[in-house]
Ligand binder design. Structure first.
Ligand code: GDP
Ligand code: IMO
Ligand code: MG
Length: 441
C-alpha cells in the first residue's frame, strides 16, 4: 500500500499523462488497466514532448515498474513502434512488463472498426478506428487472442482461424486484403512475439509483490468516466470501463488495495467524437479555447469539441469513481475570459430540471446546461506555483468546483510543463503526501 487510482473524470484528454508522470516520481509501479491505443497521454519534459498510447506514463522514471495490465487491449505493431521511438529518444524501457493475459488487437479488428463506422454513416460514434471495440467484443465472445499466444505459433494459428471464421460475412469487402491472409498474420504476429517476449510477464504477481511490500502503485486510467461503456453516454462511449472500479479487474487487485482515487479534469470541458455534450460551446469562444488549449486529439489529430465545465456530470463522475481528490488541469487556458460559466443543472426540452446525470439517452441528448457565472481573471497563470500566486477569482473558481462536487483539489495545472503545477494544501494529507515537497525540492 498505498494504491492510488488515477482516472479521467470527463470525456478523456484531461491531462492524465502529465499527472501520472508527476505521481510516478514517487511511485514504485504504474499500471495501465484498460483501453488501448485509442489513448494518447502527453508528457512535456523541458523541450521534449512524449505522446504515449500504450506504455504507462511512468516510463520516464527508469526505476518505476511500468505494467500494461491484463485489462488493456494491445496492438503489437503500435506497441513495438512506441518502444522503438522511446529507445531512439534514449528512454530506458527495461522496466516495462506486459501482461500475458492482455488481449491483442488483430488486423481484422481494425477493419471491423472502420467497416462498423462506415455502416453507421451519420450515426457513427467517431471511434479512433484503432480496433478497440471489435477487440473487446472478441474478448467477451471468447475468441480473443492473448499476448501469451504470441509465444506458440501453432496455438496462435489455430486461434486466428477460430476468430476469423464467424467474421467472414462482415469481412467480405476485405476478402482479398493480404492483411487477412492466415499465414501472413501468423508470421507477422510471431515476429511481434519475439520482440515483446522479454517484457511478457505474470504482471498480477508483480503488482501484488509491490503492494504487499507496502510500496506505492499508481493505476493509470485511459479515457474518462463519461466514455465508460456502462456509465457513460452509451452508445457514444468506448468499449471498456475507464472508471476506478476497473483498476481492480484490469490489474488483478482487490478493492482493498485501493487507498485513493484521483479524478483528473480540465477547468473546462472537451469531447472528441460524437455524442451528447450538454455544455458544448460553438463560435468564437469555442475556437479561442480550442486554440489556446491546443485541443486537438493526441491520437487522431481531430479538433476537440469544447464546452463549459459540467458540474452535474462531474458530481456523477465523482460518485461512480469514489473520487478522493481532484487534479484540475489547464486552469491557465481560461485567463482572459471575462465571465466563466459552470453548469450546475440540466434543463430538458420540456422544461424539466435535472440536478443529477440523467440515465435516459433521449433526455441527455436534448438537455442543455443551466449556468452559474463566475468572475474571470486576466492574469497569466503559467508562472504560478503556489495557491497564493493565483488571482482571487481563480481561487474562487477552484473553491466553487471543489465545494459543489465535495472533493478536495490536490493539484492544479497552469501549463503543459511538468513544473507548471500547484500542489494545494489539501494534497499534503493524502496518500500522495509529500508529493508537493518532492516536486519543489
Ligand atoms: P490525457 O489523455 O488525459 O493524458 O491528456 P492528453 O495528453 O490527450 O491532452 C492533454 C493536453 O493538455 C496535452 O497536450 C498536455 O500537454 C496539455 N496539458 C496538461 N496539463 C496542462 C495544463 O495545466 N495547462 C495547459 N495549458 N496544458 C496542459
Ligand atoms: P485518452 O486516454 C478522448 C473516444 C473516441 C470516440 C469513443 C470511442 O487519451 O483520454 P474507441 O476508439 O475507443 O472505440 O472510440 O471514445 N475516445 C477518446 N476520447 N480521449 C481518449 O483517450 C479516447 N479514447 C477513445 O473519440 O468518441
Ligand atoms: Mg489523450
Amino acid at each position: 500500500m498505498p494504491g492510488i487510482v488515477l482516472v479521467g473524470a470527463q470525456w478523456g484528454d484531461e491531462g492524465k499523462g502529465k499527472v501520472t508522470d508527476l505521481l510516478a516520481e514517487r511511485a514504485d509501479a504504474v499500471v495501465r488497466f484498460q483501453g488501448g491505443n485509442n489513448a494518447g497521454h502527453t508528457i512535456v519534459r523541458g523541450r521534449q514532448t512524449f505522446k504515449l498510447h500504450l506504455i504507462p506514463s511512468g516510463i520516464l522514471h527508469k526505476d518505476t515498474l511500468c505494467v500494461i495490465g491484463n485489462g488493456v487491449v494491445i496492438d503489437p505493431r503500435v506497441l513495438t513502434d512506441e518502444l522503438e521511438e522511446l529507445r531512439r529518444r534514449r528512454v530506458d524501457t527495461a522496466s516495462l512488463r506486459i501482461s500475458a493475459n492482455a488481449h491483442l488487437i488483430m488486423p481484422y479488428h481494425l477493419m471491423l472498426d472502420h467497416a462498423g463506422e462506415a455502416k453507421l454513416g451519420k450515426l457513427q460514434i467517431g471511434t479512433t478506428r484503432r480496433g478497440i471495440g471489435p477487440c473487446y467484443a472478441d474478448k467477451a465472445a471468447r475468441l480473443g487472442i492473448r499476448v501469451q499466444d504470441l509465444l506458440d505459433e501453432k496455438i496462435l494459428k489455430k486461434k486466428i482461424v477460430a476468430a476469423l471464421e464467424p467474421k467472414r460475412l462482415s469481412l467480405r469487402p476485405f476478402a482479398k486484403d493480404p492483411q487477412l491472409d492466415l499465414q501472413t498474420i501468423t508470421e507477422e504476429y510471431v515476429t511481434y512475439g519475439h520482440r515483446l517476449a522479454p517484457y511478457i510477464a505474470d504482471t498480477v504477481r508483480l503488482v501484488h509483490e509491490r503492494l504487499d511490500a507496502g510500496q506505492t502503485v499508481v493505476f493509470e486510467g485511459a479515457q474518462g468516466a463519461l466514455l465508460d461503456i456502462d456509465h457513460g453516454t452509451y452508445p457514444f462511449v468506448t468499449s471498456s470501463n475507464p472508471v476506478a472500479g476497473a483498476a481492480c479487474v484490469g490489474a488483478g487487485v482487490g478493492p482493498k488495495d485501493i487507498d485513493e482515487v484521483w479524478g483528473v479534469i480540465k477547468a473546462y470541458g472537451t469531447r472528441v467524437g460524437a455524442g451528447p455534450f450538454p455544455t458544448e460551446l460553438d463560435g468564437a469562444l469555442a475556437d479561442e479555447i480550442r486554440e489556446r488549449g491546443g485541443e486537438y486529439g493526441t491520437t487522431t489529430g481531430r479538433a476537440r469539441r469544447v464546452g463549459w465545465l459540467d458540474l452535474v456530470a462531474l458530481r456523477y463522475a465523482a460518485r461512480i469513481n469514489s473520487l478522493t481528490a481532484l487534479a484540475i488541469m489547464k486552469l491557465d487556458v481560461l485567463s482572459g475570459i471575462e465571465r466563466i460559466c459552470v453548469c450546475t443543472r440540466y434543463r430538458g426540452p420540456e422544461g424539466a430540471e435535472f440536478d443529477y446525470f440523467p440515465y435516459h439517452q433521449t433526455v441527455l441528448h436534448h438537455a442543455g446546461g443551466e449556468y452559474v457565472n463566475l468572475p474571470g481573471w486576466i492574469e497569466d497563470l503559467s508562472d504560478c506555483r503556489d495557491e497564493a500566486d493565483l488571482p482571487a477569482a481563480a481561487r474562487d473558481y477552484l473553491q466553487f468546483v471543489s465545494d459543489f462536487v465535495g472533493v478536495p483539489i490536490a493539484l492544479v495545472g497552469v501549463g503543459p510543463g511538468g513544473d507548471q503545477v500547484i500542489w494545494t494544501q489539501a494534497s499534503a494529507g493524502m496518500a500522495g503526501s509529500g508529493w508537493a515537497a518532492s516536486a519543489t525540492a
